[in-house]
Design a protein around this ligand. Structure first.
Ligand code: SAH
Length: 618
């Protein structure tokens, strides 16, 4: 999903370059080209020099994709670069599409991910990512908290990253925020989660601000501060208070309590204040969420400092404390008040502001999550669609059955959260994905084959429906994959060719009578049939019954293929007939293909003819 990097600009200066870039999924983005390439579809011509054209585009785009010499790109962007926290991502693709180079703003600008995504969309393209974190299979120190919406605070970011790059130990002092990022680190990771004497750097993950301003800190270790957004600021105020008063009140109270304003998740107040100009200006200026509650709701909250005066004025004994407590609860797990209400005035400013701060258990991410339902194909990465590869490479979390995750390990990205659940826990897996997406993370739910054929796709949509989903948030995208019947067929010839159907013999979720009815109907209708889930340790009879049903309607010499683990290392293929079919050579990793009346074997190739001309009983 290149669209996730919007707005991005693409510049190509040669015909070959344009052709390469057109392989990307860039529906509505035109490629900037020089006048010499004017005639090409999907391109737009720049008429001034590329240098001045780029200068015009620079500040309006999050990312740039260049298809021209790396040296030329370096010279072009050099005068425009400012610093890595604000520069756009820059990726260079060579004309023939062999390399996708993350040139600049690889971490904070997302350039590394963009280069990875581009590489999945151009056949045989290799992403070139030079950052040392990537090579150590680690999440970058400066992007560790990005999926969770954490804010970067003060610190020596280069210093701490350098410690990781040199193999040194980094002590992690995590007081708040999700620990999911710790779950899938490589064995050789540099992080020390306990008290440590020999660490050479420190990461604080906290709602507090550094006790001593960092450059003056007595500790000689380089350290950095990440601030998960866990603090909800409750505000009560008199009519007409200024933005300045609100802002100064919060800054002062945070300073007194050693809290960091970067850890603010949002502001909460009474609904009477939803048009309070100073408050609205403050929230807009700081890009903070404003939650409002009615007096009826606020008065139900037990607070340490209720006030009769407030109650007689607005109908609830507490605004600031009650609103802060209600707001932090929106993540469902209950936090607590950490700064009881304080009334703040400023000489020269009209009125007073009351501030209270509550801390939530879970950080507020502040973005809408997505669930990508991804079919990974039968096993080999070569049989996976580039779109599915791209989807897996960009998400924050990958959820799937352990075996499938093992198969896709080479395309997982450092720092991704990987969650596996045992095979019989599909519904839990679906619910876990939904919870994480509702929180704000981007998830890929991976199924083998196609996710919509006996896969996780249906379960996720069903569970969403059960929760009253509005069809939009979390956003769902489906990435199809090669299903087992296609994979199995391709290994033995062209057995499907004509009308065919799939039947699962698993009666865990479907009554056996219905399965039997479908087997009868398929056999009667002379469909080529693919049997999924044919046999497990505890389900051995179903296949025998199925075989007997087919024997009633089809010639006993009808070809049958047993394809086990197609496109995986332990692939096994047995070609047999309905009569000679040995159930013991079938297991849960097998797909059975049963031919129709016209299917035949030729030199070990299973062939179903294209037309009906050979059909006997019409
Ligand atoms: N969503 C999957 C099907 C999952 S049901 C798909 O579209 O392929 C599980 C069944 O699929 C297995 O019992 C087996 O019958 C079949 N299957 C899955 N992967 C297979 C493979 N690589 N080779 C043969 N059969 C496979």
């Amino acid at each position: 999903m290149l669209a996730d990097f919007s707005p991005f600009a693409i510049i190509a200066t040669s015909l070959a370059g344009v052709k390469t870039i057109q392989k990307l999924d860039i529906e509505n983005t035109e490629i900037w080209v020089p006048e010499s390439l004017q005639e090409l579809r999907g391109t737009r011509v720049y008429r001034e020099s590329l240098k001045s054209h780029l200068a015009n585009l620079w500040q309006y785009h999050r990312a740039f994709i260049f298809c021209l010499a790396t040296g030329a790109v370096v010279r072009l962007i050099a005068p425009l670069l400012q610093n890595k926290s604000i520069d756009p991502a820059v990726v260079v693709v060579d004309e023939s599409g062999k390399f996708s180079i993350s040139l600049c703003s690889g971490h904070q600008g997302g350039g590394d991910n963009l280069a990875r995504l581009i590489a999945t969309q151009i056949p045989d393209c290799l992403p070139i990512i030079m950052g040392s974190a990537n090579n150590l299979d680690l999440p970058g120190i400066d992007i560790l908290g990005v999926p969770f919406g954490w804010n970067r605070g003060e610190g020596d970011w280069t210093g701490v990253s350098a410690v990781a790059a040199c193999g040194g130990k980094i002590q992690v002092i995590q007081e708040v925020g999700s620990k999911l990022w710790q779950n899938h680190l490589p064995d050789s990771h540099p992080f020390d989660f306990d008290e440590s004497n020999n660490s050479q750097g420190q990461i604080f993950i906290t709602a507090s601000s550094p006790l001593i301003p960092l450059p003056l800190s007595s500790s000689s270790l380089p350290s950095v501060y990440w601030h998960p957004k866990v603090l909800w600021v409750g505000i009560g105020c008199e009519r007409g208070v200024s933005q300045k008063l609100i802002s100064t009140a919060i800054t002062e109270i945070f300073k007194q309590s050693s809290l960091s304003e970067a850890a603010i998740a949002g502001i909460a107040t009474i609904d009477l204040k939803c048009d309070e100009v100073g408050l609205l200006e403050f929230c807009q200026h700081r890009n903070l969420l404003l939650l409002t509650y009615s007096a009826e709701v606020l008065q139900t909250v037990a607070v340490p400092n209720p006030s009769n005066a407030v109650e007689s004025e607005v109908g609830t004994p507490s605004v600031a404390e009650a609103a802060a407590l209600l707001a932090q609860k929106q993540d469902r797990e209950e936090g607590h008040l950490i700064v009881p209400k304080q009334i703040f005035r400023l000489s020269g400013e009209l009125g007073a502001v009351t501030v209270a701060v509550a801390q939530g258990k879970q950080e507020y991410i502040g973005s809408n999550g997505k669930i990508l339902l991804v079919g990974m194909g039968p096993g080999s990465l070569l049989q996976m669609t580039p779109a599915a590869r791209g989807a897996i490479s960009v998400v924050d979390v990958v959820i799937g059955y352990g075996l499938y995750i093992d198969l896709i390990t080479p395309i997982l990205r450092p720092g991704q959260i990987i969650e596996t659940l045992p095979i019989s826990h599909e519904r839990e897996r679906a619910n876990r994905a939904i919870e994480l997406a509702e929180w704000g993370l981007n998830i890929a739910v991976v199924s083998s084959g196609d996710c919509g054929i006996y896969g996780m796709g249906g379960l996720v949509l069903e569970e969403l429906k059960n929760r009253g989903w509005d069809g939009k948030v979390p956003e769902i995208q489906v990435f199809p994959g090669l299903t087992a019947l296609q994979a199995a067929a391709a290994r033995v010839g062209t057995p499907l060719m004509h009308d065919f159907c799939a039947i699962s013999l698993s009666d865990l979720l479907t009554p056996w009578e219905l399965i039997e009815k479908r087997l009868e109907a398929a056999a009667l209708g002379d469909f080529v049939v693919a049997l999924y889930n044919p046999r497990s340790q505890n389900r051995t009879q179903q296949l025998i019954i199925a075989r007997d049903i087919f024997l009633k309607y089809r010639n006993r010499n009808t070809p049958v293929a047993l394809v086990k683990s197609a496109y995986r290392e332990d692939e096994q293929i047995i070609l047999t007939t309905i009569e000679k079919l040995l159930p013991s050579s079938v297991n849960m990793l097998t797909t059975l293909l049963i031919g129709n009346q016209s299917t035949y074997m030729y030199e070990n190739w299973m062939i179903t003819p294209r037309g009906y001309s050979g059909f006997k009983n019409i």
